[in-house]
Ligand binder design. Sequence first.
Ligand code: SF4
Ligand code: ZN
Length: 272
Amino acid sequence: MELRVADTVKTRQLIVPQDRVAVALSGGKDSTALLLLLHHLLPAWENVRLIAITVDEGIAGYREETIQSAERLTGRLGIEHHCISFTSLFGESLDTFLKGRETQACSICGIMRKKALVVGALQARATKLATGHNLDDEAQSVLMNVFRGDLPRLVRNSRGESSGKFIPRIKPLSRISEKEIAMYLLLKHAWNELPECPYTRYAMRREVRSILSGFEYKHPGTMLNLVESKEKIERCDKGSVMSEPIHSCRECGDPCSGDLCQVCLLRTTFTR
Ligand code: SF4
Ligand code: ZN
């Protein structure tokens, strides 16, 4: 697995000399495996620095433990660790923000987390933002975007593009399955039983995950085929789906396709 990740990083030029790579470290399995792997591969790269960024959304009974796990790991590896909270950035925790709209938890959380990670990465002067998305996550995203009929997002996701103020996002584990990651953590004695986010029960991803794992079990290779199909669509697209010009958000100046970025749109919608 280490060799495969090293090969992906090299052939796709995800990390280049002099990079400061900010790893989005939730403390959960995928991001723990990503940090361990990149730390292991670090000596082979010229002047590359790793930093870890943890977002504290403010989810009671869940996030406290994963933050502690992230702190233990970065302490053990000697990696600079930054923590950024929704409360400091948006003025309230996710729990408070979601009162009465819990069913939309993951969509709202996803938008705010993305912004928090970019702010954290900019503060840490990172040149890349690495996330722990694995093959299962990527395949689930393809199917979810198809189910929602959201072709622009399907193509945008497959570009591994910049977000926020243009920090390139990279996904070194995008060809590694959830099972392989679990095995890797067990072998590295880094497996941690952590609580599950209480909002997971509202997530569409949970249902898609169950459909896809059934398919993968009966028809091995389904997930990889889905991800590769998405990449073929991207190559054929040549900008026709994503032809909207990029503007600056009227409120915060972040790049976006409309008048307001998704975070500012959320704020205006929910404070009316
Ligand atoms: Fe956020 Fe949903 Fe993940 Fe919980 S499960 S951390 S609400 S995206
Ligand atoms: Zn904005």
